[in-house]
Structures are given as C-alpha cells and as structure tokens.
Design a binder for this molecule. Sequence first.
Ligand SMILES: [Mg+2]
Length: 236
Amino acid sequence: MANTPKIVFFDLDGTLLRSQEGHVAFNEAIFKTFGVPGDIRTIRPDGKTDPIILQEIFDTGGHEVEWKPEDGATFSAHLKECYTRAISEGPTRVRALPGVPELVRELSSLPDLCLGVVTGNMEVTGRLKLQAAGVGEHIGPGAFGSDSANRNDLPRIAMERWSTHLNLPVEPRHCVIVGDTPRDLEAARSNGMKCLLVATGRYNPLEDLRKLDADCLLPDFSDTRVTVDALMRLFG
Ligand SMILES: [Mg+2]
C-alpha cells in the first residue's frame, strides 16, 4: 500500500444488508444455548451488540438467565449451525440492500481504500450474512459483538486489527464508520472517527437521522457515485 490507508467500517443490518426471517435461527440458537424460549422479536435490536440483545430478551421475557462472556463460544457455535441451515434450507433470506453490491465493488477497486466491518453481530453470524448477501469477498477484518458487548469498543478493536493486518499505523482520522442508527454515530464519535449514516434501517427513517449530527446522511446507497464522493470527502 503506497499511501496512508483509508478504512471504511460498515455496519451490517440495515446498512449493507437485511435478513428476512432471521429471528428463526437466532431464537433457535438461544434455546440450544440457554434452554429458554427467548424471542428477538420482543425487543428492538437495531444498533445493539448480540450480548446486549440477549440480555434484553432474557429480561423482557422474565427468563432468569444472565449473559456471561464465557457463553460466547457456545452461542456462536449454535448460531453458526442454525444460520447455516436456515439460510441454505430456509426460511432465512439475507439480501444486500439496493446499490450495496455496486458500491462495495467500486470502493474495493480504489487504491489505498480498505473495507472492514463494525457490527454488533457475533463474528460467525456477521461473516455468514456477508457471504449470503454476496459481498463477503470484499470485506476484510473488523470487530463484532463477540469482541465486546459495548459497541463503542468496537471501532478501536477494528482499527487495531487493520493496523496489524496491514502492518501499518492506522489512526481514527483514517477511518469512517457507516451505519444506520444513532448507536453507529455514537461509536464513531467516542473513537474520534467520522460517520456516514444511511436511512435504510428498519427503525430510523431519514427525518429522525436528520436530527443527529452525522458528518454525512444519505437516504440509501442507490447512487454509487454520490456515495463514493461523500465518503471521499469525509476522508478529507
Ligand atoms: Mg444496523
């Protein structure tokens, strides 16, 4: 890499892709791991990490279960098994949001630009979803809900992984977070990174996101040129 790398960290759900009937595999993995009938549809998961989502599900359902980091490996193994089956045999479908395949292809062709991920999904689910959405090959290292329950920890972890991966120093000003919720913006801000928000999430329409102080706000990624230009401006 000839120049300082620029890294775009994409959120997954509501930003790059959307799952239909994704709750089936998630709920199955909860039952297999914790033995309780937790249901992700009872809470609003957007922008949260999987450990936080699990605890909210347990609390909302009155299940006397507490998430512990040591449950992560077992839960991830069950997620892998359940999602793989639900995606290949149904009912779960994962689709890239409009314009995302074109955008990811275009960005990955640019010199000195790297694509990573910062998501609340456990790594195993994040990678499965990216692959199912057809964009996995273009997305490199990142940070996941399996790295920390606190989303604000994730941008720093992702940045350090890229620094190791490239064997180069990477600074927050070389990173942009792209997401669909106020939590993506908060995670960017608490790590000194810029943030582009896109209004393709389920719960945060454009008019709500407009009230926030994101560095850039787009209705969607349907226009590749507009999105690429907006990102390049954020890197200065
Ligand atoms: Mg999201």
